[in-house]
Design a binder for this molecule. Sequence first.
Ligand code: FDA
Length: 311
Amino acid sequence: MIDALSKAVFGTLAGSATLKRVASRYGMRGQGGFARRFVAGETIDEAIGAARAVEAQGLAQTLDLLGESVASEAEARAAAEAYLAMMPRIADAGVGRNISIKLTQLGLDLSADLAGAHLRRILARAGELGFFVRIDMENSPYIEATLALFESVWREGTTNVGVVLQSALKRSKDDLERVLALGARVRLVKGAYKEPAAVAYQSKAEVDDAYVRLMERLLRAGHFPAIATHDPDMIAAARRLATEAGVPQGAYEFQMLYGVRRDLQQSLRAEGFGMRVYIPYGREWFPYFMRRLGERPANVGFVLKSLLRER
Ligand code: FDA
């Protein structure tokens, strides 16, 4: 219940314009800005710097230009243009070609056709430059539209793209079969959003049980699945299930968020597992940052400490 409660509290705070104003003033200020723990910076140069640092430790990365829930066609177009401009920069920098993207950033709230048109342009450019594109999964009202769009681009022959499923959602069992039928890649997460009981499990135990069930199916039948979690119990279960099913280390990868459980990222890599770090950057970092606090309210202490240092 605490999990559901803190997600709800931080979800509400994420909508506060005043808090956003205050946080935006201090969060990225200087190298000690408190949001830098989870967000690589506001510019592509900072993101590429973080990607280089991550890769220097033997880890892979995916870059995410933060942004979501855009309310105008102009903002959706600007986000698509920003992704189109970002890919050649990443390619020129010589770091791994893997990006993550949200459909509401491309205008899904305005229309699926609009988001679809932007997505197709991004995927075409990604194909030319050898990028893999992961479509992040947002909250439950967007799932059907996201999967439908994903299925259409896949059926059009675009296969440098994968999707995300959330174990908290009761529908994910069926959604997993839908994606497996295509032969597409899945990143499995627990789910970052506060969701109603009608559609989502509310307790950590239920979300974890569902995670293990989905993971087992994914490890046995999936296509290079990404096990995206910082939870040592889920990681232990993944390792056990993979061994039981005879799935070799190189047939799946772990993924974790930038700034979270860096110790575990390193130790799994040292054991020979694939580890990809999700590196977010950009000016629209506030909602992402608030979701990270909601997952682990203890992080608020470190934010307060760095704010006090600012005074
Ligand atoms: P859980 O929240 O149960 O935490 C387990 C342990 O991990 C904690 O005890 C703590 O040690 C550590 N931990 C977790 N979060 C932490 C934090 N913020 N700070 C410090 N320690 C922390 N969600 C979504 O809805 N759609 C998506 O597309 C994605 N994409 C995505 C990509 C990648 C690469 C990752 C790793 C995660 C996502 N997520 C996501 C987020 C995901 O749904 C989930 O909210 C977080 O990963 C936290 O859940 P855990 O599985 O880590 O377990």
